[in-house]
Structures are given as C-alpha cells and as structure tokens.
Design a protein around this ligand. Sequence first.
Ligand SMILES: Cc1ncc(COP(=O)(O)O)c(C=O)c1O
Ligand SMILES: [Zn+2]
Length: 415
Amino acid sequence: MTLQECINCGTRYPIDEIVYFCRKCGDILEIKLDFDIVNDILKKSGWRKIPLSVWRYRDLMPIGDSSKIVTLNEGGTGLHKCNRLGKKLGLRHLYVKNEGENPTGSFKDRGMTVGVTKALELGAKSVICASTGNTSASLAAYAARAGIQCAVLIPSGKIAYGKLAQAIIYGSKVIQVRGNFDQALEIVLELSEKHRSIYLLNSINPFRIEGQKSLGYEICEQLDNHPPDRLIVPVGNAGNISAIWKGFSEFHRLGFVKSLPKMTGIQAEGAAPIARAIKTGSKKINPIIKPETVATAIRIGAPVSWKKAVNAIRDSGGTAETVTDEEILEAQKMLSRLEGLFVEPASASSIAGLKKLVENCEVDKDERIVCVTTGHGLKDPDVAVRTSEKPLEVDAEVEAIERVLGLKKVVSATV
Ligand SMILES: Cc1ncc(COP(=O)(O)O)c(C=O)c1O
Ligand SMILES: [Zn+2]
C-alpha cells in the first residue's frame, strides 16, 4: 500500500491522513510507493502514449480519483542542449531543463497540480502557503482553477514584482508579513495545525514533492533513459532537490534507468546553510537568521527539507556550492545572451554554480550535465532592467538609427 512515512523514525501514516510532521519525532514525511502494485499498473496502463507532462506519470502519483485532477498542463518543459554556453564553460555535454516553461512560469506548478488535487480529494475548502514568490503565484493559480479559497503569506517588499502580480490577479488573499520567509512559514505551520480546515501547501507537504519528482522522470526520458552524470539545481527550502532525487531514484528502482546523477545544490552566499553543512561535513545545518540575496526566491535561512536535501546530495555522491549575487547576475546575462534563455536570478544560480565548480576542477569537462533553471526571467523584470544597459533613445529619423547602428550612409544613384 502507498503510505506516508517519517524520514527519521519510519513511522507510517495512511495516505489520506492530513499530517505534516511525524507525531512521534517531529520530522517530515515522504510518500512511499508500493512498487509491486505500481509495477503491475505501469505494465498495463499505456502511460508511454501520454505526452511528456506531470500526468504522464499518473500511475506514480498518490492520487485516488482521476476525475478530481486540477491541471493547467504542467511539465513537459524543454531540455535544451546548450552548445554555446557549454563551449564558454569548457563543457561538451551541457543541457538546461527550463522550468520557466510551466503554466505560471516555475517548477512549482508540478507540485501544485498534485497538491491541489489532493486538497480536493481530502475535501479541503481552503489552502495556504508561505512563499518567496513562486509558490504563491502557483498556488493562487491552481486554487482558482479548483475553485477553492487561497491565502498566501509573503515577506513584505521582498518578492519579485511579476510574482506579486500573479498572486494578486488569481484572486488569492495576499498577506505581506513584516518579516522574512522563515517567519512566514512558521506562522502558516502553526495556523494549519490550529485550523484543520486550512490545507497547507508548502513543500513540507509530501504530495507537492510527488508532483515535483516528475522533473527527474522527464529528464531520464528526454535523455533516452540515460540520466546525466550530474544534476545542478538552485536550493532554497530544499523541497525541489529532494523531489528530483526521488524521481531519479524511483525510475532506477523501476529498472527504467541504470545510473543516477550526482545531485549538486547551489545556494546564494547570504542564504547557504545546506551548502555550508555539506562543505564542512556537518550532520546538521546552522540556520541563517537574516538571509540576504538578490535571488529573492532562495532567500531562505532555515530550509525545512534540509535533511532530505543533505541525504540526496550525500547518497548520490554530489556536492553543494555557494555563489555571490554578482556571479548570479553574470550567469543570468550569459545564459540569456548565449542561449536565448531568460531565467530569474535564483534560477541562474545553477549556471553560476556550475561555472565555479568547473573553475575549481570539481566538475569533469566530459560530464553530461543538466542544470535546472527553476523560474522564468519575466518573474523579476526589475532586476533585469536594473542590471542591464539602458536602451538608446533617438529621434524618429532613419539617419538617427543609421548613426547608432553604425550603418554607412547610402548615396542614392541619380538617373
Ligand atoms: C525560482 C526558484 N528557484 C529555486 C527555488 C528553491 O526551491 P526549493 O525551495 O524547493 O529548494 C525556488 C523556491 O521558491 C524558486 O522559486
Ligand atoms: Zn518520526
């Protein structure tokens, strides 16, 4: 039977019980599939005929009632071979999995389609989350699609403008908290324990992780069932790296792939408790009280899924790295200009981290590498405009344009 299981003490909970933390030890939960049952279903279901998307993997999702699925067509994002960027970094096999191509512009939609479907199955009438921006945009959209109420808590003045616009327009109750993400998360955790009718959809909710694991499945399939040697992903609250690892591991367990990638997490220097724990070999993280970075999406000091992430990195033989804001912004421009992929600053940290790891000889030039870019560049237009050259302004005359384009004057022939 598919169950929820504590990642620390192994206590099990039924799949339809609303429980966010283990009642015995307080740790977080994960979904354990029953592989005997799943294997049988996969053999008969014809899943390979369904186009690449989260719901291609419906048989691997812990959802009972298909008629309740809340979807905006998530997943099926591009895996772009990046030859020009690869050459610049001295790499032969570089790919970017561009999650900005999801319905609300980030990977969060993979988790929300499953999470909000589960909310309906459980009979929830309202959902809530704390967010650095993308979670609120995504939850607000899926709650609207499902016709249920939604409240989102965001750190006041610290989320990118595009994300704020999304949360507002989808009609959720947007509450700006005078504090950071970690404080907002503590509040929604307490609220959802106190008011059981409000369903919590932060990434401690293991059903979110189930949706997000499809990112790993898709990469396997897009590479003809030969997973990359290394998977590089930005890390904030650490749900996504855990989810992607779960996806790869499940495909391995099902016998669809023979190898697993080295999971490599990148954090911003001012918000890097997991990277520091990995670098120092520590068993625990030291939360950062006042996290700071231009990459507001990963401005998180006390990542709730840190243990899952540390396990994923260590079990896979991967690593973690930190990057400065300058390195992030440089990588954002590089990816835009060399490959035509405009991603938000947090997403560019995977490219910045890769550059650093190559320079430090921690990555082999022959490795097959996939960098995940987690959110679309238009989420944060302010940073892009602020850090780029100002557009030229000229009079509305052909000569003026010729001048700025450096075009020679053409003398027209007279008859
Ligand atoms: C664009 C972007 N990248 C990365 C992350 C980090 O993901 P996680 O919190 O699952 O580690 C987030 C989370 O909000 C995000 O919005
Ligand atoms: Zn436990």
